[in-house]
Design a binder for this molecule. Sequence first.
Ligand code: DX5
Ligand code: ZN
Length: 220
Amino acid sequence: MGIRITPSVLNANLADLGHEIARIPSADAVHLDVMDNRFVPNLTFGLPMVECIRATTTQMLDIHLMIAEVDRWAPGYAEAGAESVTFHIEASDAPVKLARELRSLGARASMALRPATAIEPYAELLPEVDMVLLMTVEPGFGGQSFLDLVLPKIRRTRALLDACGGDIWLQVDGGVSAQTIERCAEAGADTFVAGSAVYSAADPDAVVRALKAQAEAAIS
Ligand code: DX5
Ligand code: ZN
């Protein structure tokens, strides 16, 4: 199982994202949090910004859509050249159709679950996606405390993914840091979003490398 660190730039300097992304060359992808003040009580940026970021970096772009009416908006991010597009299952009216559309546009399709959303009702959808994102905080803000109550769901999701076969990534997002990443890795996560833990450091890339080494050691 490969370990991937996908830092969120939510707590970076949003006025200088090109430079902020260039500071994390060891990242496996750049995680971009799109919020609409409807699905979550916060507002960040949308497609025009992602298109500009696409033009400034060759890093894999991992788009996390925390928006309502996601079926309408998500395909545009794939068309803009994002390699991975994550929609919240709670916001999608037709997740199978949406996942297939994202894949047909050349992107990895990914579904996200809020902390209180169970994975079991969506077990049949797993072959339709390339990644499952389990939120380990309530979505909307960086810098929140990791919710340990999600750990059993990480374990159950890992078991479902193993039974499913293939190479579906399992990402965790929220409160991931040196204090919590080992618990997530041991529970079966392989892809880690870290926002404030990376960008609050003087050397963000060193934190990316350290988190990766820590997760790899936890599962070795
Ligand atoms: C929160 C976002 C996260 C956030 C993580 O809703 O989806 O990606 O940036 O930030 P930290 O790592 O600080 O919890
Ligand atoms: Zn996110």
